[in-house]
Design a protein around this ligand. Structure first.
Ligand code: SF4
Ligand code: SF4
Ligand code: SF4
Length: 375
């Protein structure tokens, strides 16, 4: 089996498909500390891309409550049941990935959810880890916890969906690394659905072919962020490109947050697919739980996050979340401003560290009305 270097694992791994890395890789950072599970992202994607027949249970974007929520049902627990617990040391992952568990001749290890597993997208929503007893109140530390995990296709570096397709109907674009299903070639064998550790390929029961997040590629080609990113109420998302050939660039906000500072971490990196949605872990959740989900960088990421107020450059990069509909390819922190430029070199974001305060006069002559300053 061909070998590939997986930078998230710190080692080479076996991967049953050979193709050059894309020129640049589409990537996203999601800050879990800011998500309010309003599902605006889910609705934006659904109404735009998957409102047709057979797509009733297709959610390319979904937001689930951890630890009990998951869509399709228990996708992550089933993955953990069929793979050994991840073991990391200082050099990287020591346990086998889904490509290495069953040997060269076998497809990546995985499971195909039942149709019923797609029937309740929000099961477990807002469930916390224990019961709130009479008289309990907030005392500075949360003894009970849960958090929201927004999920889309990871447009992986080493996609399991692509590697498992007997028809070669899935491909990864060389210009931006977006992973797509060619629906003309697909014959509905559903091997991709079984193989994807994140269960982000869906089967359309009417058209009988597979479908998945298209990475909003028409928008990306026009230099615009994805719909689920633009519509995010909590401004938890940043969409851009990671440099795939050569060293990460400190002036690229994605390179800076993910590869240089390592504030944002991949989801279940031990699967080995090299996912490209990177999460800033929640600061209030027990570390042992998070290390299963995001790997061994959790504590150092949380230290960085807690220290953000003294880390102007990193804070400046985070201030660009939700600041523009354009994809930011270069950023800078100058005086009291975080600035961003798009691929055409146009300045598209200018965010002050300190918002100016405006106090309006109590009486408005133009409208003949009294005004109140409430914020
Ligand atoms: S729109 Fe943003 S804040 Fe709302 S659920 Fe989606 S990711 Fe979370
Ligand atoms: S998340 Fe799943 S569907 Fe998306 S590229 Fe990775 S393996 Fe394929
Ligand atoms: S990138 Fe586009 S297609 Fe994919 S989940 Fe977001 S809105 Fe949907």
């Amino acid at each position: 089996m061909p070998k590939r270097f997986n930078w998230q694992l710190g080692r080479e791994m076996e991967y049953p498909f050979d193709a050059p890395a894309p020129e640049r890789q589409v990537a996203y950072v999601f800050d879990t500390n800011k998500c309010i599970e309003c599902q605006t992202c889910t609705v934006a994607c659904k109404t735009c891309w998957t409102s047709g027949k057979g797509q009733e249970t297709v959610f390319w974007n979904n937001v689930e409550t951890k630890p009990f929520g998951g869509y399709p049902l228990a996708w992550d627990m089933k993955l953990m049941e069929m793979t050994p617990p991840a073991k990391w040391d200082r050099t990287g992952l020591r346990t086998p990935t889904v490509f290495e568990l069953d040997g060269e001749k076998k497809p990546p290890r995985g499971h195909r959810p039942d149709v019923d597993d797609y029937s309740a997208p929000n099961l477990g929503e807002d469930d916390i880890t224990g019961a709130v007893n009479l008289g309990e109140h907030f005392s500075g530390v949360h003894p009970l916890w849960m958090f929201y995990l927004a999920r889309i296709c990871n447009h992986c570096d080493h996609p399991a969906c692509l590697a498992s397709c007997p028809r070669k109907a899935i491909y990864k674009r060389s210009e931006d690394g977006i992973v797509l299903v060619d629906q003309e070639r697909c014959r509905g064998y559903q091997e991709c659905i079984r193989a994807c550790p994140y269960k982000k390929v869906f089967f359309n029961l009417i058209s009988r072919v597979s479908e998945k997040c298209i990475g909003c590629y028409p928008r990306v080609e026009a230099g615009e962020v994805a719909l689920c990113v633009e519509s995010c109420i909590g401004k938890i998302r940043l969409h851009g490109f990671l440099t795939s050939a050569g060293d990460p660039r400190p002036d690229n906000p994605l390179d800076y947050i993910v590869k240089i500072r390592r504030l944002a971490l991949p989801l279940l990196p031990q699967a080995g697919t090299g996912p490209n949605v990177y999460y800033i872990p929640p600061v209030h959740v027990p570390g042992e739980f998070l290390e299963q989900l995001f790997g061994p960088g959790v504590e150092s990421s949380r230290r960085l996050y807690r220290n953000l107020k003294d880390d102007r450059r990193l804070l400046g990069a985070l201030m660009l979340f939700g600041a523009t509909d354009r994809i930011i390819t270069r950023f800078e922190v100058r005086d009291d401003l975080a600035l961003g430029w798009d691929v055409d070199g146009e300045e598209v974001a200018r965010v002050p560290f300190t918002e100016p305060t405006y106090v309006r006069s109590h009486w408005d002559d133009r409208f003949g009305a009294y005004r109140h300053n409430t914020t």
